[in-house]
Design a protein around this ligand. Structure first.
Ligand code: VG1
Ligand code: CO
Length: 543
C-alpha cells in the first residue's frame, strides 16, 4: 500500500454549525472538499500511537463513499484501528456508546440528522471526542481554523473495504473492524431499563408504534423493541434505512412525522407512539391522541426516574438548553438538585456530564438523553417512557395531566419559519437587538417586559464563554419569547421563535397550547415585524 500526500487549497466555508459541518451533497462532492475537512479534523486532534477511531453514519446518500475515503485517510494518518458499523451504519447514540466502550480516540459520524437526504439533499460530518460527545466549541473552532490554512492531505492508495460483512481487514498497518452496529448499544439499553417489566406490559396487549422514518433507527428498533422486548412486528414502521429516507424529511415532529401522527389520532390508535430522526438521537413521544412536548418529556422523565433501574440511585442534576421550557427546573427544585441552562446544541452538556454535575439533559427540539453516553438518544427516551408506563400502568395523557396538576404546566410552543432569505432573517434579529432599550418595561396588554438580552453562557467547568445564543424577551409574570436563527440548515435561514408561559390553573391544563399562547404569539409577531420583513403569514412548522 502506498500513502500519498496530496496538495490542496482551502475552502472558506468549512465552519461547523450547531452539530458538525452540513452542506448539500454536491458541495461535499467537490474535489477535495471532504478530504480537506477530514484532514483538518486529524490535524486538530492528532493521532497518538495505537489510536482507534469509530466511524459510521445515518445511511444517507454519500455515506458509503465518504466512509471509504475516511478509512483510507485514517490509515495514512497513523490510526491503528477503525471500528466501522456494518453497512456503514451507526446511529449517533450508538457511535457515542462505542467510543466510550472501546475507549477510542473519538469518532467520526456522517450525518445531517433531520435534514433531507439524496443526491440533492444534505450531507454532514461531525467529530466526537474521547468522551463520546460532540466536539466542544473550542475544538470545532480549531478544526475550522485548520481548514482555512490546509495545504495537503494524506491518503492511502488501496481498494475499497467490503462494508457489508462483519470482520477485520488491513489497510497497511491499520485494522478496519466491521462490526454489528446494534449489539453494544442494545446491551447498554438492557443494562439501564427493566426489560422484563416492559416485556410484560407489551404481552398484556399494550400496543406501540415506532416510526423510524426510513432512517438509521430501523435496525435498532427492530432488535430492541421486537426481538428483545417482544413487540408485535408491525410495531416498527419505515424500518429500512434508505439513502433518501424515502424522500421524506426525517424530522420527528407533528408536521414531518405525519404518517405516525395520523395513526396515533385514529379511533383505534395504539397506546404509545414514537418517532426518531435521521441519525437516531431525537425522539417524539405520543400517547393515544396526545402529544407530549419534549420540554415536558424531560421534566416527566426526571420526576419518574426513580422507577427506572438505571436511575434509581438518584439524579445528580438536570441540564436543559436555554430555549427549552422551565418545566424541568420545577422538578429539579422539588428533587433538591441543580438545573443548568445551556446554549442550544448537545456539545454544551458534555462538560457538565463529565464533571458529574448532571444526569439527565434535554432540548425542546425532541432531544433527551443522560450520562449513559454523551449524545442525545432517541430510543433511550422511548425505552425510558416504556419503563415508566410499565411501572405506572396509566395512559400517557393521564401521566402528563397528573404531572401538570402537581407542578403546574409550562405551556410551550416553537414556531419555525424555514428557508427564509438570510437578509430578512438577519434584519429581524438586528431589529430585536436595536429594540432592547425601548422594550424594557414596555406593556403589551396584560404583559410587561421585565428584561431582554442575547443569551450568553459561561461553562461552569472550563470557563469558556459562548455569546449570541438567542434573543430573550422576558416578562414579569415569567412568560418569555425567544428568537434564534438555526445553525443546522444549509440553504437560506430558519428563524425559530420559542414561546412559553406558566399555567398553574388545573382547569385550563387540557387547553391547546396555541390558544393559551395566543397573546405571546401576537406580541412576537408585532415586535419582530415578522410579516413585513419575511413576507410569511404562518410558520412552516409548529411544535
Ligand atoms: C437544531 C436544534 C438543536 C439540536 C440541533 C442538532 O439546531 O434546535 O436543539 O441540538 O438541531 O440536532 P438548530 O441550530 O437548527 O436550531 V440533530 O438531531 O440535527 O443532531
Ligand atoms: Co439528530
Amino acid at each position: 500500500m502506498q500513502i500519498r500526500t496530496v496538495a490542496t487549497t482551502p475552502f472558506t466555508d468549512q465552519k461547523p454549525g450547531t452539530s458538525g459541518l452540513r452542506k448539500r451533497v454536491p458541495v461535499f462532492q467537490q474535489q477535495h472538499y471532504l478530504e480537506n475537512f477530514v484532514q483538518s479534523i486529524f490535524d486538530t486532534i492528532g493521532t497518538p500511537p495505537g489510536s482507534t477511531l469509530v466511524l459510521g453514519g445515518d445511511g444517507r446518500y454519500y455515506n458509503r463513499e465518504a466512509i471509504q475515503v475516511i478509512l483510507k485517510m485514517a490509515a495514512a494518518n497513523g490510526y491503528a484501528r477503525v471500528l466501522v458499523g456494518r453497512g456503514g451504519i451507526l446511529s449517533t447514540p450508538a457511535a457515542s456508546c462505542l467510543i466510550r466502550e472501546y475507549r477510542t480516540h473519538g469518532g467520526i459520524i456522517l450525518s445531517a440528522s433531520h435534514n433531507p437526504g439524496g443526491p440533492e439533499g444534505d450531507f454532514g460530518i461531525k467529530y466526537n471526542g474521547g468522551n463520546g460527545g460532540p466536539a466542544t466549541e473550542t475544538v470545532t473552532e480549531a478544526i475550522f481554523a485548520a481548514s482555512r490554512k490546509i495545504a495537503e492531505f494524506h491518503i492511502a492508495d488501496t481498494a475499497d473495504i467490503v462494508l457489508d460483512r462483519d470482520g477485520d481487514h488491513e489497510i497497511g498497518d491499520m485494522t478496519v473492524s466491521v462490526i454489528d452496529p446494534v449489539a453494544a448499544y442494545a446491551g447498554l439499553m438492557e443494562s439501564l431499563f427493566d426489560f422484563a417489566a416492559i416485556r410484560s406490559l407489551l404481552k398484556g396487549g399494550f400496543r406501540i408504534r415506532f416510526d423510524a422514518m426510513h432512517a438509521v433507527t430501523g435496525p435498532y428498533a427492530q432488535e430492541i423493541l421486537v426481538n428483545r422486548l417482544g413487540a408485535l412486528p408491525d410495531s416498527v414502521m419505515n424500518a429500512v434505512p434508505l439513502p433518501d429516507f424515502g424522500k421524506g424529511h426525517p424530522d420527528p415532529n407533528l408536521t414531518y412525522a405525519h404518517e405516525l401522527v395520523e395513526i396515533m389520532y385514529r379511533a383505534d390508535a395504539p397506546d404509545f407512539g414514537a418517532a426518531s430522526d435521521g441519525d437516531g438521537d431525537r425522539n417524539m413521544i405520543l400517547g393515544k391522541r396526545f402529544f407530549v412536548t419534549p420540554s415536558d418529556s424531560l421534566a416527566l422523565l426526571a420526576a419518574n426516574a426513580y422507577l427506572v433501574p438505571g436511575y434509581r440511585r438518584g439524579l445528580a442534576g438536570i441540564a436543559r438548553s436555554m430555549p427549552t421550557s422551565a418545566a424541568a427546573d420545577r422538578v429539579a427544585r422539588e428533587l433538591g438538585i441543580p438545573c443548568f441552562e445551556t446554549p442550544t446544541g448537545w456539545k454544551f452538556f458534555g462538560n457538565l456530564m463529565d464533571a458529574g454535575k448532571v444526569t439527565l439533559c434535554g432540548e425542546e427540539s425532541f432531544g433527551t438523553g443522560s450520562d449513559h453516553i454523551r449524545e442525545k438518544d432517541g430510543l433511550w427516551a422511548v425505552l425510558f417512557w416504556l419503563n415508566i408506563l410499565a411501572a405506572r400502568r396509566q395512559p400517557v395523557e393521564t401521566i402528563l395531566m397528573e404531572h401538570w396538576a402537581h407542578y403546574g404546566r409550562n405551556v410551550y410552543s416553537r414556531h419555525d419559519y424555514e428557508d427564509i432569505p438570510a437578509d430578512a432573517a438577519n434584519s429581524v434579529m438586528k431589529l430585536l437587538h436595536d429594540r432592547f432599550a425601548e422594550l424594557q418595561g414596555a406593556q403589551f396588554g396584560n404583559l410587561q417586559v421585565k428584561r431582554c438580552d442575547d443569551f450568553s453562557y459561561t461553562d461552569p467547568v472550563d470557563g469558556s464563554v459562548s455569546t449570541g445564543q438567542g434573543v430573550r424577551i422576558m416578562f414579569t409574570d415569567g412568560s418569555r419569547i425567544v428568537f434564534r436563527l438555526s445553525g443546522t440548515g444549509t440553504g437560506g435561514a430558519t428563524l425559530r421563535i420559542y414561546l412559553e408561559s406558566f399555567e398553574p390553573d388545573v382547569s385550563r391544563h387540557h387547553l391547546d397550547a396555541q390558544l393559551l399562547l395566543a397573546e405571546l404569539i401576537g406580541i412576537a409577531s408585532q415586535i419582530s415585524e415578522l410579516r413585513e420583513r419575511t413576507g410569511r403569514e404562518q410558520p412552516t412548522v409548529i411544535t
